[in-house]
Write a protein that binds this ligand. Sequence first.
Ligand SMILES: Cc1ncc(C[n+]2csc(CCO)c2C)c(N)n1
Length: 215
Amino acid sequence: MTFIEQFKKMMHEAMPAFLANPFIQNCEAGRVDARALYTYIEQDNVYLAVYLPLFSKGLDNFGIDSKALRQFEGDQETKPHLMLQKLADEKNPAAKKSITKKWLPATSAYLKHIQDSQKENDFIFLCSLAACPYVYGYLTEKMIADGRMTKDNPFYPWFDFYKGTDGQLIVDFMKVLKEEADKVDEAIQSRGLTAFYQAVQFENDFFAQSMEKEA
Ligand SMILES: Cc1ncc(C[n+]2csc(CCO)c2C)c(N)n1
């Protein structure tokens, strides 16, 4: 199996866990949990403030000049956040006051994972960055294709946003990963796959943590 095939297999095998995730199950059912959505947006702002500059560095390391990839630089993802915020505002705006401003565990652990990968090796770093676009692109496209996410669902615009923007993004990212994988030895390839796998797990934890009640 090629490096990219192994990447895809990992994502494919992670799908049942995403579909069983209570955050994703709420989306699928069209259930709006205002507190969970406000929490997700808050944590995602924290996440993106750290991730996006790292993402730029990861691209710079390989001289990557893809329009689809570069468009995300400096973008705090206002559009998709506003889509979720609108749903929460319509449901229960008071829930906003009850959310935590602290970094939740999956936020810290995911960012630490990417930073640790950065220290290890440029290729491993790139693999750890890949889960972010890949999970959102793959999950949203698959759920729409399988009829789990339909146009009458209030979360459809959010799913459609990631499906739409990430099409070319993933194609370009995979092209770079394939080229760079061919240049590193098997041990580094294997570490890269592990770094990607761990980041995929953190993506799942990141969704789930928004649903958890504070201790
Ligand atoms: C936890 C978390 N993971 C992924 C995304 C989606 N996302 C953020 S930046 C970007 C493009 C560059 O990777 C994409 C697809 C998110 N918002 N939050």
